[in-house]
Write a protein that binds this ligand. Structure first.
Ligand code: C2E
Ligand code: CA
Ligand code: CA
Ligand code: CA
Length: 264
């Protein structure tokens, strides 16, 4: 137990160092319009390139960061890095690319996030509609009314909002109705069963209808096969994201896809 505690403390202190010493890096995964095959936006996914531990994925450090109170610093780093990347793609002649970043529910516990978003946009002169925030509904939002008020303040800046991991965890329809999101992201656990489970297909069809009736775009995550993409097209999904189109890749690799624009 003591050993576990020690190695955890070490990880934590290494991580504090990592945030301020450029050991974090963003990878990008395309989000594609199913009807046109065009790449319309990308999701930024954080990685930690640690000299001690190697390349670490968010599952290995995000919850630790949430527990030790570092999640807002990561959120800020990610937002600034995403905006910097948007500007540099624009300057390289690829137009304004929309980048979606993940927001931890804990970041919605204080309205400081509103300033962080505004500052990131202003620092790089980014049109607000180029930045999208993916927000997961969870029980860890201790005060949903306050979170909703903060979400509305962020929305007023002109950024795009998406509800992440829809269908798993705490998804309250009353909350959904009041959440000013443009996109609903269907969790990959449902997409996984699309081709063999009538239940999963029915659930996905229902979520797509729900999104449509609330004037939101339905984006299916974790699409790994052509068959899944075909079913999603039949069911009326707007967008897909997943290994079938591309794994998350470095910014230089993504540039190649951006130059193609049409990726399907
Ligand atoms: P998420 O937001 O649901 O992101 C999607 C995850 O699914 C990513 O894992 C992505 O690499 C993976 N994925 C994409 N396509 C496929 C597919 O076709 N098949 C399968 N099996 N997986 C696919 P990743 O990058 O390891 O991220 C895991 C989670 O960590 C994310 O889940 C998100 O909740 C969190 N996360 C990532 N970046 C950030 C960040 O900057 N801030 C915060 N707060 N959380 C982040
Ligand atoms: Ca996400
Ligand atoms: Ca997700
Ligand atoms: Ca997730």
């Amino acid at each position: 137990m003591q050993q576990e505690l020690d190695s955890r403390r070490l990880l934590e202190s290494r991580f504090r160092y990592a945030i301020s010493h450029n050991e974090l890096v963003l990878h990008y995964q395309p989000q594609v319009d199913l009807s046109t095959g065009m790449l319309v936006s990308v999701e930024a996914l954080v990685r930690w390139q640690s000299p001690d531990y190697g390349l670490l994925y968010p599952d290995e450090f995000i919850s630790m960061a949430e527990e030790v109170g570092l999640i807002c610093e990561i959120g800020q780093w990610v937002m600034l890095a995403a905006c910097q990347q948007i500007l540099s793609w624009q300057q390289a002649g690829m137009g304004w690319v929309r980048v979606a970043v993940n927001v931890s529910p804990l970041e919605l516990g204080s309205d400081a996030i509103v300033d962080r978003v505004a500052d990131a946009l202003a620092s790089y002169g980014i049109p607000p509609e180029c930045l999208e925030l993916e927000i997961t509904e969870t029980l860890s939002i201790s005060d949903p009314e306050m979170a909703l008020a903060i979400i509305n303040q962020i929305k007023a800046l002109g950024v795009v909002l998406a509800i992440d991991d829809f269908g798993v965890g705490y998804s309250n329809l009353g909350y959904l109705k009041r959440f000013p999101a443009e996109r609903l992201k269907i969790d990959q656990s449902f997409v996984r069963g699309l081709s063999h489970s009538a239940h999963d297909k029915a659930i996905v069809a229902t979520i797509i209808q729900l999104a449509r009736s609330l004037s939101m775009q339905a984006l299916a995550e974790g699409v790994e096969t052509e068959q899944e993409a075909k079913i999603l097209l039949e069911l009326g999904a707007h967008l897909i994201q997943g290994y079938w189109v591309s794994r998350p890749v470095s910014s230089t690799d993504l540039e190649v896809m951006l130059r193609q624009a049409c990726v399907l």
